[in-house]
Design a protein around this ligand. Structure first.
Ligand code: ASP
Ligand code: MG
Length: 425
């Protein structure tokens, strides 16, 4: 007998019908002889609606109270799911994150899990119950207040519980059939990936792929928990994310040269214009940004004009942090000594990911060729061992993703990718 942790996203439990469908799936897993722990997200767009509501009563809701409010979303779905399972004649108990032993730091709205003590869950499944756990939430070790893990955090709850319970697999049920070679909403010929390594998946997630959260994959890699991403709307095999290639039937799935193309239009670019080209300048700029607790992504420094000895430094960051970054730099203007700041939120990022590029020298050239054939202008470039990414105009992104996808032979010949649900969460 195995222990399975399953996670169902908001689009899978969007209404009563969805909850009944998910209940049947969970019961199937139990009937197959497994102990089952199911982690749920809030129904449909509940979390967004609760945030809207909060903003209607206060433009800047207090973090502690916002967490109290948002965790109610998952409480609704967990209780309804337990009821639906009981109605099918099986025993189920629902638990909040706190009851399930999800212990976090005390950073409201984006807490990190620091420990999981799933004693009550263990007891519940040992007694024969199906345990249902509210995703995306925990309790602060210090303040004992309720916390949330950041948007999409239920995936992380599921992987963390799977690790703490020493589960055999963590199944993430979503509204697409698995991880695709590109976002199927943009590339209709995107292909489902059978297996992908933790490393490649981390790069895809860091570069805009929304199917799995970066933090969740990081956790899974650290504890070596295989993740199976699949649709709750179909019975198909999904994508396995694990350290070693899986076997399927009698054939071994091969490591692909290129795993996929990710894109992201949620970033902006700041250019610090007219910076003196002398040691310490970059350090001061990025210290200023770091002190404002802003994570940056790509950086580029231009050559300085010989006549002025001044240079420009550009970097990208989440749009949501744009205001904060500009304010922080302006405040330290005399310390840094720049001429002006330019803010551009009409950019997009495209990343090609695959461990095979380490040993295939033509990949970079082919990537740039595909972009130039599509008439896409490149503004910034950054690479790692297993990724090349570029920044372009936002309006060019979809076209660029499709061009690169085709150029690397990733287009599927047969079926078009199916997107069953709404938001992809
Ligand atoms: N309900 C939360 C959200 O929408 C958590 C999740 O879906 O994973 O972000
Ligand atoms: Mg959700």
């Amino acid at each position: 007998m195995g222990l399975v942790v399953q996670k169902y996203g908001g689009s899978s439990v969007a209404d009563a019908e969805g909850i009944k469908r998910v209940a049947k799936r969970i019961v199937e897993a139990k009937k197959n002889g497994n102990q089952v722990v199911a982690v749920v997200s809030a129904m449909g767009d509940t979390t967004d609606e609760l945030i809207d509501l909060a903003e209607q009563v206060s433009p800047m809701p207090a973090g502690r109270e916002l967490d109290m409010l948002l965790t109610a979303g998952e409480r609704i779905s967990m209780a309804l799911l337990a009821m639906a399972i009981k109605n099918l004649g099986h025993e189920a108990q629902s638990f909040t994150g706190s009851q399930a032993g999800v212990i976090t730091d005390s950073v409201h709205n984006k807490a990190r899990i620091i420990d999981v003590t799933p004693g009550r869950i263990k007891t519940s499944v040992d007694e024969g119950n199906i345990a249902i756990v509210a995703g995306f939430q925990g309790v602060s070790q210090d303040s004992k207040d309720i916390t949330t893990l950041g948007r999409g955090g239920s995936d992380t709850t599921a992987v963390a519980l799977a690790a703490a319970l020493d589960a055999d697999v963590c199944e993430i049920y979503t509204d697409v059939d698995g991880v695709f070679t590109a976002d199927p909403r943009v590339v209709s010929k995107a292909k489902k990936i059978d297996w992908i390594s933790f490393e490649d998946m981390l790069e895809l997630a860091a570069n805009g792929s929304k199917v799995l959260l970066h933090r969740c994959v990081e956790y899974a890699r650290r504890y070596n928990i295989p993740i199976h991403v699949r649709s709750s709307f179909s019975g198909l095999q999904g994508t396995w994310v694990s350290s070693e290639p899986i076997e399927q039937g009698d054939k071994q799935v091969e490591q692909a040269i290129i795993s996929g193309v990710a894109h992201d239009t949620s970033e902006a670019k700041i250019t610090v214009v007219g910076v003196p080209d002398k040691p310490g300048e970059a350090a001061t700029i990025f210290r200023t940004i770091a002190d404002a607790e802003i994570n940056i992504d790509m950086i580029v420094q231009n050559v300085s004009a010989a006549s002025t000895g001044l240079t420009d430094i550009s970097f990208t960051l989440p749009k949501s942090e744009g205001r904060k970054a500009i304010d922080a730099l302006e405040k330290n203007r005399s310390g840094i000594g720049f001429e002006s700041l330019r803010y551009d939120d009409q950019i997009g990022k495209i990343a090609l990911v695959g461990a095979g590029m380490k040993t295939n020298p033509g990949v970079t050239a082919d990537f740039f060729k595909a972009l130039s054939d599509a008439g896409v202008n490149i503004e910034l470039i950054s690479t790692s061992e297993i990724r090349i990414s570029v920044v372009t105009r936002k309006d060019d992104v979809n076209e660029a993703v499709r061009a690169v996808h085709t150029a690397f032979g990733l287009d599927s010949e047969s079926d078009e990718a199916v997107v069953y649900g709404g938001t992809g969460r």
